[in-house]
Design a protein around this ligand. Structure first.
Ligand SMILES: Nc1ncnc2c1ncn2[C@@H]1O[C@H](COP(=O)(O)OP(=O)(O)OP(=O)(O)O)[C@@H](O)[C@H]1O
Length: 228
């Protein structure tokens, strides 16, 4: 198997803020996973199971506190909407900053600014500070910037159904295109039908541990049975 990311018994611990001496909370306890090139992995589990933490480890944003992580020479992008906009800067300036943070070159971003503005449907607001934006506009701008990057591994959190119905359709279409173009994808979602539709394998997590890993049918059936 051509593995792009491999986790062996990975654990991630958080400490209560300002209380470094307090006992750590293990958001991931013991997760092992081989992500193959071109795989479309769904991740399910109840609230707090550690799904988003796992995505952040895969993205390289969080380092494991124990276990081993091995990554082939691949670019990973967590498509998250909390791209951290600077409130007093315009949509345009924020798009440039976010693009740089996502690893794009300045030249590449400049070439895409018109497309980003168009995609986000911001019109003249693109030149206004993002403090003047509605939540929906902020989400659209975040998605428009993030979707310009073409990573080898795309990590998706469920929040991606963004904006109003029309924009949701547009963003879903863009994600589906990526998925079907052979990009390696990890999709965290509570929407089991979406996972069955888009993924070829599923990891079920609870309390920071992997419960079951396998094909969609087997894992989703067991997951549903446990929820009853
Ligand atoms: N930065 C942090 N500091 C402290 N605890 C955290 C932090 N991030 C996550 N946690 C805790 O780790 C656990 C796992 O969180 P995580 O967000 O990974 O779960 P999740 O499966 O994605 O949940 P949900 O389905 O609700 O999004 C939770 O108990 C959460 O409170």
């Amino acid at each position: 198997m051509d593995s792009v990311i491999s986790l062996q018994q990975v654990g991630v611990a958080f400490h209560a803020q300002r209380r470094l001496r307090s006992a750590p909370y293990w958001a991931l306890e013991d997760v092992s996973l081989e992500l193959a090139r071109g795989q479309r992995l769904g991740v399910v589990g109840r609230n707090g199971a550690g799904k988003s933490t796992l995505l952040r480890v895969l993205a390289g944003i969080l380092q494991p506190d124990r276990g081993r992580l091995r990554r082939a020479d691949v670019s990973c992008q967590l498509l998250s909407l909390s791209l951290g906009f600077v409130p007093h800067l315009s949509g345009r300036d924020n798009a440039v900053l976010c693009g740089l943070r996502l690893g794009l070159r300045r030249r590449e971003i400049d070439a895409q600014l018109a497309a980003i503005c168009d995609y986000a449907e911001l019109g003249d607001f693109f030149e206004q500070p993002v403090t003047s934006y509605s939540n929906g506009m902020i989400l659209r701008l975040g998605f428009a910037v993030a979707i310009q990057v073409q990573p080898d591994v795309l990590l998706l959190d469920e929040l991606l159904a963004v904006g109003d119905a029309a924009f949701q359709q547009k963003s879903s279409l863009a994600i589906n295109e990526r998925i079907h173009a052979g990009t390696t994808v990890v999709l965290v979602s509570h929407d089991e039908d979406k996972i069955a539709d888009l993924c070829d394998s599923v990891l079920w997590m609870e309390q920071g541990r992997s419960v079951l890993y396998g094909d969609c049918d087997t894992v989703l059936k067991a997951y549903r049975a446990a929820a009853r």
